[in-house]
Every structure is written in structure tokens, then in C-alpha cells.
Design a protein around this ligand. Structure first.
Ligand code: MRU
Length: 375
């Protein structure tokens, strides 16, 4: 079950956004989420008291973005264990709630493995639940640390590729504090550039159909006093043609072993545009987004979302309820993949917390994964 509470209306600056937290009120532990379907107009919390409520929050995109899905999934397993639900069943439902972002399954598996190990060792359900919670907290903290390191590596790369400075960066979807235990992935790099006085402009794609760019990235950019401009996705071409883009920075939901990158639909067209206009296309993601078990782009399962997200607009539609304002004739069929796949040859670099991979090759990615397992 999930309850919603309006938060108090005071100004939420500075920039840290309390996007997800574990709480232990007398009624029992809960996972509290900032309901991202309600942003930017309302900051409303969603209280998950059971795994089914969290699965629904994931499907409706109340909680979203690859790294945060990993964190939420891990806490979901802990919630199931602490509240006495069947843990294996809950873990399967959580991991399967959305198929593309591999971080979700990785986070779930980590808490599940900790639970299984502690249960086998102690035979005690309470200790096993504590182990699952400790694993979830570790996933959360590691994500915050990874965020800071990606920002540092990404800014160094930007400065190297664009020595003239005054970076004008185009981004797609949302990849900031709202997707992370820290400041995010691609957005965190732009934010680091802003803090160093080296970001001239952040171009924000609105990101149809669910408007993660307009609703969420613009919200984060405004809170951070960044110089940003919103554009429709289809305006990106003329922006490149006008010479207004120095680099593209995007996150990733899954990176296959060959370096193919699944990210929010609309990323691949940007990579094509970037190549045509000789602009670097940079992907920023934690190592957990690299999936050595997915050999190539064609093997990535791309989530297909309901057609009404395209044929209707308004907030309830964003919340997954349908019932928005129709913008197409009744009965219109819609093609609505949530993600697309960019081939490695169009990716200038992949920035991770362990360093930068460029050029993007399967050998370099395998080496990165091996190195990160040793840390
Ligand atoms: O469908 P969403 O909003 O979960 O999609 C999110 C994205 O595509 C992000 O760009 C991606 O998760 C990388 S952000 C770190």
C-alpha cells in the first residue's frame, strides 16, 4: 500500500532533494519516496508499506531513473523481509517491475543475496531482514559516492574535449538528484561544470511523452540556479545546426557488453545528430549499469509503455492513470518505447565512477568491470 502526504510548502532550497528514505515509525518500517509524477508543481511524498506498493510506484514512475531504481529495489527487498512478506516472491516482482534499467535487478539481487546468506548462516528471520536492510543502505551510500566521482571524471573529460570552456551542454530525460542517492549521473557533470563557472548553458530536451526533461531536469536546474533553456525534442536538430551545442551528456539504463547504450527514447537521434555535427556524445553511468550478461544492443529488452501516454497529455496521464486531455483521435494506436539503443560507434565516451572508457569497446568495458569487482 502507498499513502500520499503533501509536504509543507516552505522553499526546499538548497539543492539536495530528499528523494527516497527509510523510516521506522511505531506502525512499522516504511520506504518514503518523493512522488516524481507530481513534480514540478507539487512536492508530495508516497509512503510504501509493502512491496506491492513499491512495485506500483516503480511502474508508474513515481520513483524512476536507473540508479535510484537499484536503490529502491534493494530497500524493497528489505521492506518485504522486515514486514514478514515472502522475500523471494517480492524480489521477483520488484526486479520485474521494469525491464530495461539493469540497476533495478542488480539492487534487488544484492539485498536478496544478503538476506539469503544471513538466513542460511543464522536461521533467524530478524537477522536476515537486518542484513537485507544493511545491503540496501550500502547500495544507497555507494550510489551517492559513485555520483560524486562520475561528476569529477565527467568534468575533467569535458574540459579536455572542450578546452575553450564555456560549455553549452544538451541533455535528455532526467539524470540528477532525482535518480540517485547523490547528485546523479549526466546532470551531476553539468552541475559540477556550473559550480566551477564553466557551464554556459544547459539545453534541456523536454523528453516526450512523460516530460522528464521539462518536469524534472528543469526543476533541478532551476533549484541550482543554472542557466538553462527548455526545448522540444524535435528542436534539437536546428540547435545543433546553429552551432549552439558543444557536448551531449546523457545517462543510461543499460550498457551492453559491446558498449551499446539503452537510454530514454530520443537519445539515439541525439547521438546521430552529434556525430553529424562533430559534437561529443557522452554517456555517464555507474558501473552497475554495465551489464556483461547482455551481449549487444539487440539483446536489450526495451520497455514498451501504454499508448495513452502518447495520445493524451496532462498530469494524471503522467501518473499512469490515463484520463488526460486527448491530443489524437480516439482509438489512435501509438508506438511508445520508453528507451532506445545507441550503438557504441556513436558514443564518444562512457564516464563511470571508475574512470572514462573512450573509445568504447567491449574489451575496455570488460576491463572496467573486472577492475571495479576488485575494488
Ligand atoms: O523512464 P525513466 O524516467 O525511468 O527513464 C530514465 C532515463 O532514461 C535516464 O536517462 C536513465 O535512467 C539514466 S539516469 C541516471
Amino acid at each position: 500500500m502507498a499513502d500520499q502526504d503533501a509536504r509543507s510548502g516552505e522553499d526546499k532550497r538548497p539543492t539536495e532533494i530528499p528523494v527516497l528514505r527509510w523510516e521506522e515509525p511505531p506502525e512499522g518500517p516504511v520506504l518514503v519516496l518523493l512522488d516524481q509524477t507530481r513534480l514540478p508543481t507539487e512536492e508530495v511524498e508516497l509512503v510504501c508499506t509493502d512491496p506491492a506498493g513499491l512495485v506500483e510506484a516503480i511502474r508508474s514512475l513515481a520513483v524512476r531513473g536507473a540508479p535510484l531504481l537499484g536503490v529502491a529495489g534493494a530497500y524493497g527487498v528489505a521492506l518485504a523481509a522486515v514486514r514478514g512478506f515472502e522475500v523471494e516472491e517480492a524480489a521477483a516482482a520488484l526486479a520485474g517491475a521494469r525491464p530495461t534499467a539493469v540497476n533495478l535487478a542488480v539492487g534487488v539481487r544484492r539485498a536478496q543475496a544478503a538476506h539469503q546468506e544471513a538466513l542460511a548462516r543464522t536461521g533467524d528471520a530478524g537477522q536476515a531482514a537486518s542484513a537485507a536492510l544493511a545491503a540496501a543502505r550500502a547500495v544507497h551510500e555507494e550510489d551517492a559516492r559513485a555520483s560524486a566521482r562520475m561528476a569529477a571524471h565527467g568534468l575533467a573529460l569535458l574540459d579536455e574535449l572542450l578546452p575553450a570552456g564555456g560549455h553549452r551542454v544538451l541533455t535528455h530525460c532526467n539524470s540528477g538528484s532525482l535518480v540517485s542517492g547523490g547528485e546523479g549521473t549526466a546532470f551531476a557533470v553539468a552541475l559540477a561544470a556550473h559550480r566551477e563557472g564553466r557551464l554556459r548553458r544547459l539545453w534541456v530536451d523536454e523528453t516526450r511523452p512523460l516530460l522528464q526533461g521539462a518536469r524534472l531536469t528543469a526543476y533541478e536546474a532551476a533549484r541550482n540556479d543554472m542557466a538553462y533553456t527548455l526545448l522540444t525534442d524535435s528542436a534539437a536538430g536546428s540547435l545543433f545546426a546553429a552551432g549552439e551545442v558543444d557536448a551531449v551528456l546523457v545517462g543510461a539504463d543499460r550498457i551492453a557488453a559491446d558498449g551499446s547504450v539503452a537510454n530514454k527514447v530520443g537519445s539515439y537521434p541525439l547521438a546521430v545528430l552529434a556525430r553529424y555535427h562533430h559534437v561529443p556524445f557522452i554517456v555517464v553511468a555507474p558501473v552497475t549499469t554495465v551489464d556483461p550478461h547482455t551481449p549487444d544492443g539487440a539483446s536489450i529488452e526495451v520497455e514498451q509503455r501504454p499508448g495513452y501516454e502518447v495520445t493524451e497529455v496532462t498530469a494524471p496521464q503522467v501518473a499512469g492513470a490515463g484520463g488526460g486531455i486527448p491530443v489524437a483521435p480516439l482509438g489512435t494506436q501509438a508506438y511508445n518505447p520508453a528507451f532506445d539503443v545507441t550503438p557504441p560507434e556513436l558514443v564518444t565516451a562512457i564516464v563511470t565512477e571508475e574512470g572514462v572508457v573512450s573509445p568504447v569497446t567491449s574489451e575496455a568495458l570488460a576491463e572496467l568491470c573486472a577492475r571495479s569487482r576488485q575494488v
